[in-house]
Unconditional design. Sequence first.
Length: 164
Amino acid sequence: MAASTMRTPCRSPSVAGMGGRLRSAWERTPLPSETIVGIAAAALAQYSWPLRLPSWTRPAGVAVGCGGFALLSAAVWERGPGSPEDPGALVTRGLHGRSRNPMYLGFSMIHVGLAGATRNAWMLASCPVSAALLHRAVLREERSLRERFGVGYDAYRADVPRYW
């Protein structure tokens, strides 16, 4: 193809901006290893020794997983810019005004949803283990937030439940 007829990639501001917004959202999303490891271990177990859930779990799993993704996405958007490990401000509005941990709830819903959608009994069995490990991480995170935000966090903790 001649150089004069080569097409250049689309550089419209909306497309370029979308990539930046998605990258920013990805960077602001905590990926809990407790959930990721549970999903990966269950996938490996399913490959090695398949245990299937009933077929009705597929549509239910898709619904729960999509709900979890929507909850996670809304919580990330609501939280705004900045690192989850080094928050600049305590977010207490919207979903964070109903649950102190909507992102973790979303991840747990995705985990349960994946179990149903893939009909993977191992993944369903890994959910309580992952949830218990995630709860330990939440307790550590709460201590850190208490140290960082002091009485503001104490008031928030008194008004808003940990999960739902």
